[in-house]
Design a protein around this ligand. Sequence first.
Ligand SMILES: [Zn+2]
Ligand SMILES: [Zn+2]
Length: 444
Amino acid sequence: MPMPTVLLIEDDAEGRKRIGQLFARHEWNVLEADDGAQGMEIAFAQKPEAIICDLLLPKLSGLQVCRALREKLTSTKIIITAGRHYDVDRSVILDAGGDDYFVKPLKWEKLEKALKRKRRPARKLTPRQSRALKFQPPSTRLKFWGVRGSIPVPGPSTIRYGGNTTCVEVRTDSEIIILDAGSGIRELGLALEKEFDGAPINLTLLLTHTHWDHIQGLPFFLPAYKAKNSLRVLGFEGARAGLATILAAQMEVPFFPISWRDLPGTIKIRELKRMKFSIGKVKVHARFLNHPGICAGYRLFTKEGSIAFLPDNEPFEPLKLKLAARDGTHPHRARAQAAVARSKLVDFLKEADVLILDTQYTDEKYQEHVGWGHGALSRVVSLALEARVKKLFLFHHDPTHDDHKIDEMLERARLLVLESGRPLEVEAAREGAEVWLSGKVPKR
Ligand SMILES: [Zn+2]
Ligand SMILES: [Zn+2]
């Protein structure tokens, strides 16, 4: 009997390798694709016996891929995998034509059973049902447009995680909320104009602080150049001047040819004064972080979960100890002060569904950069564990870290989680990656 073939559609190379080995050990031919489009191409050409497809793929989601495959491949087993479990996912996956839904890591015994089971006949749907089942993106999702700290670093060594500086887009409750305006905002602006196709865009730009890597993309943000659009810019006051003055300053002659005043879009800058406010129906809590100057972290409460965004933040204890050594404070006292500050931050982050947190340095590199205002890997992981966060994104990657280095840091972070024995999903933020929130939210 010829060997059966499985196609793995999975963007995480490590994960793909692991699943591939599992199948290869049981005498399957293994084909691989790292995104949905490539996966569909291979699937239609090779017609494998089974397809294992990740739910949260970049560009095309696992559901979109599943639906498209099912239309043409009626006898292929399609199994969707995910790094998390939500009951709602299972029924959506079955409706999309998937045969099964497994949470990673995959166990061969379970897989084998699913592969042997007869395919259930496709449900006959009324036209109305099939319309209702057409792909609908979840109402809360976020997308990374820039994940880098300090300065953009495009080039072959940063191609997978991306070279643009901080910018994250959140869509929820019919709001477009942009977190920070690093160089990644340029691509986002182009995408928004394409999506809205001439219709007015209303959006809110929420700034954590005005360090250059968080505002440098703003002069290149296309929606600001169209009179039809309205931009609301929110942030706390910068270091010495008001927010409006600082944002205008980077566009002054001789730095830039077009002045802030001359931008045709309706742009309103509002300096935040309170630590709790709302953007439409989205409640936002703010907290000042351990970073030079005024730098806020935000937590957005959407109806499908909460997102905490702390792109620049340093652990408290090493900095307190360094200062204590300088001014003669007893280390005990410095440690106690740091512990109080940390526990307040843990409260702020408690049970966040998604935490995007400054992890610029490895632990070793951080030792040389205490006081620079950025995170260190193992302290980032322990903070997320203590706050019982569901999903952690390592963020604000150091400009000297290439893709390989970030892979290593991610691996180290996952090892630390494994050692802790507690549940926490960890990813390294990657330009272009999307995260969907569709879990049930505890009442607040
Ligand atoms: Zn920064
Ligand atoms: Zn900064």
